[in-house]
Write a protein that binds this ligand. Structure first.
Ligand SMILES: *Cc1c(COP(=O)(O)O)cnc(C)c1O
Length: 358
């Protein structure tokens, strides 16, 4: 029987990987075309950094512009199955965008708690556009998450943060896609780490696929936090996390243990990159590869670049960097790249002269 929810030509995460997900006959197979994101081979950075085949997994191509859709589609489907009428999350931005969109698609109410002044404009615009009830609290993300837990413990509202186990189940499908695309697991996976759900989910995906005989090996998990928000690297929570990369501005990650387990079991690392390194990678990705990721996404590339500078030999190794979200979500950071926009009359010669053609 085809589900009335599946009003799209794409399979989506639920149908494509239903055998690997905790679905039942009663789970509605909702889909907005999430997943099946491009794995794009590097054109220039690969040579510049002297690494072997390097790929970028463009999670920015998901329906709301970040990987959060993969987990949200499962969490919202299960909320529907359980008869919930509303979902709630604390968010640095992308979780709220995904929750608001999928809730709107399914006729649920969405509540989002954000940290006042700590959310990129494009992400807030998404929550507003989809009609979510938005509360900006005078506190950081970690405080917003504590409130979200308290409210959903008290009322019959589904918590759709990555504490919700269905989120990680959905997110692990990105690891499946990488293996399906390459024919095996890569040698290294470079990924930004915020609340640490995604690195935990990818690791679970790679492990499951190997157990099922779909891959012969598992990658080393290379996670990167921002220097001003690097609790896992420091080994203690950070009270006032600071970084330009708002999606990873988190001082006390909910999936801390999962990230450490992924690192240790894979022989990987969790290290910090500075905002300067993040912004340099952000610009290089956009200008040398044509890939416009948001600053947090660039932490994966900044990490790769730092490790290779520090002597990690990536020649003849297959590496994948996860581009977790779209650069369009954070126009303020893009507009801070030094450039001159010349204003001229609508005259051919003036324009030719200005751009150096005459
Ligand atoms: C959520 C998010 C992250 C961090 O992922 P975690 O699972 O919180 O570690 C990184 N980049 C972007 C764009 C995100 O939206």
């Amino acid at each position: 029987m085809t589900s009335s929810w599946a009003a799209t030509d794409r399979l989506g995460v639920l149908r494509r990987y239903r055998d690997y997900l905790p679905l039942t006959e009663a789970t509605p197979l909702i889909c907005m075309g999430e997943g099946e994101t491009p794995l794009v081979r590097s054109q220039r950075l690969e040579g510049r950094l002297g690494c072997g085949p390097l790929y970028f997994k463009l999670e920015s191509c998901n329906p709301t512009g970040s990987f959060k859709d993969r987990g949200m589609v499962v969490a919202v489907a299960k909320a529907l199955e359980e008869g919930r009428k509303a979902v709630l999350c604390a968010s640095t931005g992308n979780t709220s965008a995904a929750a608001a969109a999928y809730a709107a698609h399914c006729g649920l109410d969405a509540y989002v708690l954000v940290s006042k002044g700590n959310i990129a404009q494009g992400k807030l615009a998404q929550a507003v556009a989809h009609g979510a009830q938005i509360v900006a609290i005078d506190g950081n993300f970690d405080q917003a998450l504590a409130l979200a837990r308290a409210i959903t413990a008290k009322y019959p509202i589904a918590l759709v943060n990555s504490l919700n186990p269905y989120r990680l189940e959905g997110q692990k499908t990105a690891a499946f896609e990488i293996v399906d695309h390459l024919g095996d697991a890569p040698d290294y996976l470079f990924i930004p780490v915020g609340n640490a759900g995604n690195i935990t989910a990818y690791w679970r995906g790679f492990v499951e696929y190997q157990q099922k005989g779909r891959a012969s090996k598992r990658p080393r998990m290379m996670g990167f936090q921002a220097e001003g928000a690097a609790p896992i690297v420091l080994g203690r929570p950070v009270e006032k996390p600071q970084t330009v990369a708002s999606a990873i501005r988190i001082g006390n990650p909910a999936n801390w243990r999962g990230a450490e387990a992924a690192r240790d079991a894979s022989g990987g690392v969790i290290e910090a990159v500075s905002d300067e390194e993040i912004l340099e990678a952000y610009r290089l990705l956009a200008q040398e590869e044509g890939i416009f990721g948001e600053p947090a996404s660039a932490a994966s590339v900044a990490g790769l670049s730092k490790m290779s500078r520090q002597g990690l030999d990536l020649r003849d190794r297959i590496s994948v960097c996860i581009i977790t979200g779209s650069g369009l979500k954070d126009p303020e950071t893009a507009m801070a790249i030094p450039t001159t926009i010349r204003e001229l009359p609508a005259e051919l010669t003036a324009v030719e002269k200005a751009i150096g053609l005459a």
